[in-house]
Design a protein around this ligand. Structure first.
Ligand SMILES: *Cc1c(COP(=O)(O)O)cnc(C)c1O
Length: 444
């Protein structure tokens, strides 16, 4: 292992992170939207293609998952104003938040009950379309709903989809692949939640468990998949498809805001707070939002104090060359969706001039925020998703925030601001586990 002590000692924020302190980091490398896109490998054209692909699959999705009928087979979540929670945040945490506070309920996305219903399902559909083209499974102009009829569906029995996961990605990939007719293997680390394994097995998914950690499960899964020419491996760290599946959220959010008559422009800035693990979900969503709202949207990631891998990569400039263990952090957190020690290199590279900043959060707060939201709005989120509330809770009390507002000419516009907390998961959590969570207290 390399010695990173020199780097840590020179940088005040890294010293705090090493001690497990909560930090607010403003990205010194952030540029204008236009500059940040200058040498970017992806663009709005790629996002539009992803959206078109999802539209082609909508009749099939609707057929398999009737709960998506109301939205014509699109998997999209509600956007709701949470004014009572805003009051709670201002009173309990002394936050002085102005403007509107909204919740983007990816916790309630159809099929997978988490943000992974965006990227994970999109990636499996993309792979499916590639097979459809290669093997000419559909006639010109034929509806994709045809892929759900027994004679065509049986084709997919010969193909395998594999993924390594501690939880939500496995759920999303596992459920959609099994329903489409694939043979599915989900490789899970020892600490994956039992209810997630049970749920997948109910869908006929082959769930394999490994003694080691997440990295071990991914390694074994990839090796097995590579050895089988009919097997496809979903690569959480490097997949452009996952990323583009998430990015479709941009235009859809724009429509929802318009419908609620909420303006976003130079005079009405939008602030978005998204929990971050390896970076694909928050990166893809931010990328999609940036294409639409450009310099009027300010994107922030939130990570646990023991697993701030993306922040570490960005703040040191070392990207995936450094892990949280390299600075003495454990990588362990109650936020299982965020328990990642090393960020995606590809996402770090795209976000390094686009992201406004990051905040980190202690585990005990996740349960506090969870109960606050339940009490004020009667909405349940899983602990990982609650990390996003650290944004609106902490910003106004920090000097770094004031500097950012001043530098961007935002001070007088905050009355008009829109803050969106991105709720990344929760609706599939079984009742007895919810009950357990609501009584969980962690000593600070
Ligand atoms: C996966 C996940 C995230 C973060 O997504 P990454 O792509 O790993 O950064 C956040 N919240 C929940 C609930 C998740 O399952």
């Amino acid at each position: 292992m390399e010695n990173f002590n020199g780097i840590v000692e020179k940088n005040p924020i890294l010293r705090l992170m090493k001690q497990g302190e909560e930090v607010l980091w403003m990205n010194p490398q952030k540029t204008s939207f236009e500059e940040s896109m200058a040498d970017c490998e992806l663009g709005q054209k790629d996002v539009d293609e992803a959206e078109q692909r999802l539209l082609r699959f909508a009749p099939l999705i609707q057929k398999y998952f009737p709960e998506t009928k109301e939205q014509n087979g699109l998997i999209e979540s509600p956007l709701v104003e949470i004014d009572a929670m805003k009051q709670r945040i201002n009173e309990k945490y002394d936050s002085a938040l102005e403007g509107k506070l909204l919740l983007k309920e990816d916790s309630h996305l159809a099929i997978a009950g988490s943000v992974k219903a965006r990227g994970g399902i999109y990636e499996v559909l993309k792979h499916t379309e590639d097979l459809v083209m290669e093997h000419r499974l559909l006639k010109d102009g034929e509806s994709y709903a045809r892929l759900g009829e027994p004679d065509v569906k049986s084709f997919f029995n010969e193909y395998t989809v594999q993924v390594g996961s501690t939880g939500n990605l496995g759920l999303s990939i596992g459920i959609i692949s099994a329903v489409l007719g694939y043979h599915v293997i989900v490789h899970m680390s020892a600490d994956a939640k039992q209810w997630k394994k049970d749920l997948l097995r109910n869908y006929g998914v082959d769930v394999r468990e490994y003694e080691g950690d997440y990295g071990e499960a991914v390694k074994r899964g990839r090796a097995l998949s590579d050895a089988d020419k009919n097997s496809y491996f979903v690569d959480d760290e490097n997949s452009r498809n996952l990323f583009l599946g998430y990015s479709v959220a941009g235009k859809r959010l724009q429509k929802q805001l318009a419908k609620m008559q909420i303006k976003v422009d130079e005079e009405h800035p939008l602030f978005v707070y998204i929990p971050c693990g390896v970076g694909g979900a928050p990166g893809g969503i931010s990328f999609g939002l940036k294409q639409i709202f450009k310099d009027s949207v300010h994107c922030f990631f939130v990570e646990p104090v023991q697993a701030p891998c993306m922040l570490l990569g960005l703040a040191t400039g070392l990207n995936h060359q450094i892990s949280v263990q390299d600075i003495g952090l454990s990588g362990k957190t109650q936020a299982d969706g965020l328990a990642v020690g090393r960020p995606s290199a590809f996402v770090g590279d795209i976000m390094k001039t686009m992201l406004s900043g990051e905040m980190t959060v202690q585990d005990y707060r996740l349960y506090d925020y969870m109960r606050d939201l339940l009490e004020t709005e009667e909405i349940f989120l899983e602990p990982s998703a609650c990390a996003a509330f650290q944004g609106p809770v902490c910003v106004n009390r920090r000097e770094e925030w004031k500097d950012y507002l001043a530098k961007n000419g935002l001070e007088t516009k905050m009355k008009n601001a829109v803050h969106i907390v991105w709720a990344t998961g929760g609706s599939l959590v079984p009742e007895e586990i919810r009950e357990e969570y609501t009584h969980t207290n962690i000593i600070k």
